[in-house]
Design a protein around this ligand. Structure first.
Ligand SMILES: [Zn+2]
Ligand SMILES: [Zn+2]
Length: 134
């Protein structure tokens, strides 16, 4: 079974994911831009039972999503990198920041959301079979 480890920038917080993600997406929303400091976020959802924190501690930051649900981000208190988060609307999954895997061969995203706030210069990022949502 595929085993991947996501880590924060300083390496203290490590999360292990077993098997393949059930959803891989990029998000152009302004909150993801603020959180990452980049112009879009990319995340992979894994079934909750396949994700475990193997080292380090995290602090949590919760915000309300447009849907009214909440998102709770877990980040390393030392370096500030967000590594994973929980979605109150989807309690059976854990979302993990794809960049935290530091793996250029990670599978491509299949859905692109909040394209209404996508930076103009990005154009349409078209991975194989990607679905685009405004
Ligand atoms: Zn860290
Ligand atoms: Zn977002």
């Amino acid at each position: 079974m595929t085993e991947r480890t996501a880590t924060c920038a300083c390496g203290r917080l490590q999360v292990r994911c077993l098997g393949e993600p059930v959803r891989i997406s990029i998000c152009h929303c302004l909150d993801c831009q603020k959180r990452t400091g980049s112009v879009f976020g990319m995340q992979a959802r894994f079934p909750r039972e396949t994700v475990s924190v193997v080292s380090g501690q995290s602090k949590a930051f919760t915000r309300k999503a447009d849907s009214g649900n909440t998102v709770t981000f877990h980040f390393c208190p030392e370096c500030g990198s967000t590594v994973y988060w929980e979605l109150s609307g989807f309690p059976d999954v854990i979302a993990v920041a794809v960049g935290a895997f530091a793996d250029p061969h990670f599978p491509s995203p299949k859905v692109s959301v909040y394209e209404r706030s996508r930076h103009d210069w990005l154009g349409g990022l078209d991975a194989d079979g990607m679905q685009h949502l405004a």
